[in-house]
Design a protein around this ligand. Structure first.
Ligand code: NAD
Length: 261
């Protein structure tokens, strides 16, 4: 597997799963645009580490993917500065834990914008170039919550089901173009996204921190351990290889058995 000469955009790659996906693609030589928020120093260090692995400069965009105009500007920048994107990893996502009757409408919309609208807009922008080149890989970090549910996560679960549907639709629509489209659905991965939801889960379920970790998070997973970000990264790199060219339109679980139950 060698992705030298391929360009890749990984959204939400300044942290967690996205950073691990960017690292795995850099190890295969892909030229990267990373995206997401964070301290300037930490992002510069990540860019330097990725660049040392890929042997190519690594660009960063802090485009806020909840804003459609910013998503379009990011796409335009990729087209202008990288000549297009061969590998699109729609990874950025946020969580909000709240009973449906209290769920803030703005938060519902923001989550749908980041996790459904932005992937659609980025696919729309990059598919023409992928078709011209006869090769492309479109991926979305969905979730076990793209096929099963838990309480108090209505917007997240709706968005993840939707992005699984988008990947499925594009897998079929683009089947004869050399482009594959797949959803990867991790179980719980120990990242800031999971850690930050613990206080709200403690409050809404009246549980201690240890109870949330053991009786809610790990209890969902038959392997009783968190998925590691680099396990998702390695899988993304595999799905970008020629060996994976027949895998398309799929929702692929990396969840320690969660959705097999
Ligand atoms: P994380 O919080 O560690 O990273 C999220 C990334 O998205 C960061 O780089 C952040 O800056 C970026 N981001 C957040 N809001 C953004 C916005 N408006 N515009 C642009 N970038 C934004 O989270 P993570 O756990 O690595 O999650 C990555 C993806 O994996 C998400 O889509 C998440 O839903 C999914 N996922 C996570 C888990 C898990 O257990 N951690 C499980 C299944 C799926």
């Amino acid at each position: 597997m060698n992705l030298k000469g391929k360009t890749a955009l990984v959204t939400g790659s300044t942290s967690g799963i996205g950073a691990a996906c960017a690292m795995a693609l850099a190890e295969q030589g892909a030229t990267l645009m990373i995206n997401g928020f964070g301290e300037a120093e930490a992002i510069a260090a990540l860019q330097a580490e990725l660049s040392a692995k890929s042997g190519a400069p690594v660009l960063h965009s802090d485009a806020d993917l909840s804003d459609g105009a910013a998503v379009q500007a990011l796409a335009d920048r990729c087209l202008k500065e990288l000549g297009g994107i061969d590998i699109l990893v729609n990874n950025a996502g946020i969580q909000h834990v709240c009973p449906v009757e209290d769920f803030p409408i703005d938060m519902w919309r923001k989550m749908q914008a980041i996790m459904v609208d932005a992937p659609f807009l980025l696919c729309r922008a990059f598919v023409p170039g992928m078709k011209d080149r006869g090769w492309g890989r479109i991926l979305a970090t969905a979730s076990a919550h793209g096929s099963v549910a838990s309480p108090n996560k209505s917007s997240y679960i709706a968005a993840k089901h939707a992005v699984v549907g988008l990947m499925r639709a594009l897998g079929v629509e683009l089947a004869q173009t050399g482009i594959t489209a797949n959803a990867i659905s991790p179980g719980y991965v120990w990242t800031p996204l999971v850690e930050n939801q613990i206080p709200d889960t403690m409050r809404t379920r009246n549980m201690s921190r240890d109870q949330v970790i053991n009786d809610v998070l790990l209890a969902a997973i038959p392997q009783r351990k968190f998925v590691m970000p680099d396990q998702v990264g390695a899988f993304v790199a595999f799905l970008c290889s020629d060996a994976a060219s027949a895998i398309t339109g799929a929702n692929l679980a990396v969840d320690g058995g969660w959705t097999a139950q």
